[in-house]
Design a protein around this ligand. Structure first.
Ligand SMILES: *[C@@H]1O[C@H](CO)[C@@H](O)[C@H](O)[C@H]1NC(C)=O
Ligand SMILES: *[C@@H]1O[C@H](CO)[C@@H](O)[C@H](O)[C@H]1NC(C)=O
Length: 404
């Protein structure tokens, strides 16, 4: 069961000191004491849709998290997506786990997951049915929140299918109906991550932080480079809305799913890390290639993602270069860290040597700097960095000032 039992939950106003007015974030953020950095974990959907929503797959994944050292790196959320419940609520109107997929129930599974030092995520939907046609939480929000809290669930992803009849046909939009579940979860008194999944509608990034710990900012990711690139391009334009406790969610990872090259996997992971997205794996964790494993176990890139400052990177335009174009992945990224600046170079259009002069990078400027490239471990000093990259590859530099 959950080891946390606090009554001090609530939506509290936190005034976040902001470096500049253009980085203003919503003043009122959901703060129940958890989710201060982006969540790290796994979700069943991208692996095998409904077929991966079973206790057997969840336990296999949890074991892999431990055996591969991922738990020690911070990957703790093992999340079940759609298709976990029975087709009908029971006679008292409660959600019940499909006994053929979850023989010990969700509560039994949560106990096993917790005993391994991990956390369990579950999936629901704001409408009348989930996307795969299982019972939705419309009209049952408090009952469902109480049920999952009693089961020991730590993370609740809340989808947006079949919301037309109860809500949107009547002009009730997601900024009005997503808070119903937020309030129900808060009322349980359990610390549960609330993951908003309404596919980036209604400018969710402008209000998501007051409702959940993370919010999907795009339609579903697809297993292709163009999908990865398009989502990252969009996220760069709304970076200022992410901060400790509330993050743009760029969707679950496609690493390991057989379509992305090794270079593209580095860029996918590196962009999600710099843009401060949750990193939720979506593949069979027992069958990772060594190159994929090396990427997801890179401590330095994970440290960028988990940096306590929690500010997402965005693009910067080097002098003499054309700026970013709408919807197209840009080559130059940078963002602040609590102990330096992170600079990303992405060979978005094909193999290329890319250079960043630190005078062009916000937060750097004139002076002397030390840098480390986080995928290779290469170190250096100077006033610029340069990388010869294969198509769609990425280099990520942590840069610190050595002398004014
Ligand atoms: C319905 O399910 C809930 C939670 O799964 C359980 O507590 C309750 O006892 C069940 N009701 C009946 C009538 O079986
Ligand atoms: C680069 O510097 C870091 C930090 O000082 C150090 O841990 C690492 O071993 C260095 N890498 C190389 C390749 O020298």
């Amino acid at each position: 069961m959950s080891d946390i039992n606090t009554k001090q939950l609530g939506v509290v106003a936190i005034l976040l000191a902001s470096a500049s007015p253009s980085l203003a974030v919503p003043a009122k953020r959901l703060d129940n004491g958890i989710g201060r950095t982006p969540a790290l974990g796994w979700n069943s959907w991208n692996q095998a849709q409904c077929n991966a929503a079973s206790a057997a797959v969840v336990l296999q994944t949890a074991k892999a998290f431990i055996d591969l050292g991922l738990k020690d790196l911070g990957y703790v959320y093992v999340n079940i997506d759609d298709c976990w419940s029975s087709r009908q609520r029971n006679s008292t109107g409660h959600l019940v786990a499909d006994p053929s997929k979850f023989p010990k129930g969700i509560d039994g599974l949560a106990r096993e997951i917790h005993s391994m030092g991990l956390k369990l995520g579950l999936y629901g939907d704001a409408g009348t049915l989930t996307c795969a046609g299982y019972p939705g939480s419309y009209g049952h929000e408090q009952k469902d929140a109480d049920t999952i809290a009693a089961w020991g669930v730590d993370y609740w992803k809340y989808d947006n299918c079949l919301t037309e009849v109860p809500y949107t046909n009547k002009g009730i939009k997601s900024p009005q109906y997503y808070p119903i579940m937020r309030d129900a979860l808060l009322k349980t008194g359990k610390k549960i991550i609330f993951s908003i999944c309404q596919w980036g509608r209604d400018d969710v990034w402008t209000w998501g932080a007051s409702v959940g710990h993370m919010w999907r900012m795009s339609p579903d990711i697809e297993n292709s480079w163009s999908s990865v690139a398009g989502i990252a391009a969009k996220a760069a334009t709304i970076h200022q809305h992410s901060g400790p406790g509330g993050f743009n969610d760029l969707d679950m990872m496609e690493l390991g799913n057989g379509k992305l090259t090794e270079a593209e996997e580095r860029a996918h992971f590196g962009l999600w890390a710099m843009l401060k997205s949750p990193i939720i794996m979506g593949t069979d964790m027992t069958k990772l290639r060594p190159s994929t494993l090396a990427i997801i176990r890179n401590r330095a890139v994970l440290a960028v993602n988990q940096d306590p400052l929690g500010k997402a990177a965005t693009t910067f335009t080097p002098k003499g270069k054309r700026g970013p174009a709408d919807g197209k992945l840009y080559k130059y990224f940078a963002g602040p860290l609590s102990d330096g600046v992170v600079v990303g170079l992405v060979a978005a259009d094909g193999a290329e040597t890319l250079t960043a002069s630190f005078v062009d990078v916000p937060g750097l400027g004139e002076g002397q700097f030390a840098w480390t490239e986080l995928y290779s471990g290469r170190n250096g000093t100077g006033s610029s960095v340069s990388a010869s990259l294969g198509a769609h590859d990425m280099a990520i530099y942590k840069v610190t000032r050595t002398k004014a």
